[in-house]
Design a protein around this ligand. Structure first.
Ligand code: CP3
Length: 358
């Protein structure tokens, strides 16, 4: 595969990008967070043979898994490159393992701020070239059927995993750092922000057509904490990516911020410059629209647990949701990632109902 060939097939389905940019759409676009994931038997087959991060690191496998949900579900209007937010800590020199049934594990998490200096910022993005290659390969293989989304974890969420050493219910170690080492926290968040900006620009150079930034741990933050340790960096990421794309004479791409549990800070999020704000299922669509105004696209937000209901119930809930958001500046999605035991037919019910709702 020649990864320098960026002559991609022309995009045939522009709904996602149109909605993100506030243009009219014929139907509400729909995709699902974690749509390439464990609920798909064909994904499980790949995972039975390959370690999680090996799938991420092998462009052919990452591409194959990215395309799987599109083969099964005709109504999907986007694909998201198969990878993980934790490839950034890996590129900084940390070890991250994916333990089945447990999730990500860092055998040696950060235990003291002095260890920030040991993170290898230089060359970090070049160690993520495989993500760019997976994106380029997928753009060719997808044949312009739908756009390809690139993504990253946001600085606070990544920092949390690096300090906790994995997922955490309480984030007590991270909160201890916030109290004890406020200066070092900002040094680490700034380092992550610099790497993230270059990483996202590399993804666009490789063919990503929209970028989503996951602040998945925002549910641990108060509004005040969000405005101090999350929002400034999210804002810098948006303006930093725009600036670098301009310098490199690359086309701008719309960007989405998804701060799970950040419903208390939608007004702050609306000022960060992103074209789209993702909502979790706790946020009311009508209230959200009032807060963010008319010039931002909203994405979301069916409760992933609703996909355990019957197809008829799913259809009804989905139609209600789409009607509340309306057709203008709206991208349908779940309020968080699809869960592993979700029945396959639930995705059919959800995606079809979005297209039939309005
Ligand atoms: O959305 C997609 O289809 C693209 C792929 C994608 C994955 N992870 C694959 C994955 C994306 C966008 C992510 C992002 C991600 N990774 C986030 C942000 C989104 C969110 O869910 O809040 C976070 C917090 C992570 C870190 C991570 N990776 C955790 C906490 C876990 C374990 C929990 C879980 O759902 O299993 C993972 C593992 C992971 N990432 C899997 C997949 C398909 C399952 C692992 C496996 O196959 O064994």
């Amino acid at each position: 595969m020649d990864y320098t060939n960026k002559n991609f097939p022309i995009l045939k389905n522009t709904r996602l990008l149109d909605a993100a940019l506030g243009r009219n759409v014929d139907k509400v676009p729909v995709w699902v967070m974690r749509q390439a994931g464990r609920y798909l038997p064909e994904f499980q087959e790949v995972r039975a043979k390959h370690d999680f991060f090996n799938v991420c690191r092998t462009p052919e496998l990452a591409c194959e898994v990215t395309l799987q949900p599109l083969r099964r579900y005709d109504h999907l209007d986007a694909s998201i490159i198969f990878s993980d937010i934790l490839v950034i800590p890996q590129a900084l020199g940390m070890i991250v393992e994916m333990h089945p049934g447990k999730g990500p594990v860092f055998p040696k998490p950060l235990v003291h701020p002095s260890e920030i200096d040991q993170l290898q910022e230089d060359g970090a993005v070049s160690r993520l070239t495989y993500v760019g290659q997976a994106i380029t390969l997928t753009r060719h293989k997808i044949e312009g059927k739908v756009p390809l989304i690139g993504f990253t974890g946001a600085p606070f969420t990544l920092m949390g995993y690096m300090i906790e050493g994995g997922g955490s219910q309480t984030m007590s170690k991270t909160k201890e750092w916030l109290e004890k080492y406020p200066k070092d926290i900002h040094r680490l968040l700034s380092l992550l922000t610099r790497v993230i900006i270059d990483y996202l620009v590399m993804q666009v150079e490789s063919g990503a057509q929209l970028l989503q930034v996951f602040e998945s741990s925002a549910d641990h933050l108060t509004r005040e904490q969000f405005s101090e340790i999350s929002a400034p960096y999210l804002k810098d990421i948006k303006s930093g990516v725009e600036k670098k794309l301009k310098e490199k004479q690359l086309e701008q791409v719309p960007m989405t911020v998804f701060a799970k549990g950040g419903g208390h800070s939608l007004d702050i999020q609306a000022k960060m410059g992103y074209e789209t704000i993702g909502l979790d299922w706790t946020v009311d669509p009508v209230e959200a629209r009032k807060i963010v105004g008319e010039n931002i696209t909203l994405q979301g937000n069916l409760d992933p647990q609703d996909l355990y209901k019957t197809p008829d119930e799913i259809r009804n809930l989905t139609v209600d949701m789409v009607k509340k958001f309306g057709k203008h500046r709206y991208i349908a999605n779940l309020g968080h990632g699809i869960t592993p035991q979700t029945p396959l037919e639930s995705m059919t019910a959800f995606t079809e109902a979005v297209h039939e709702a309005l």
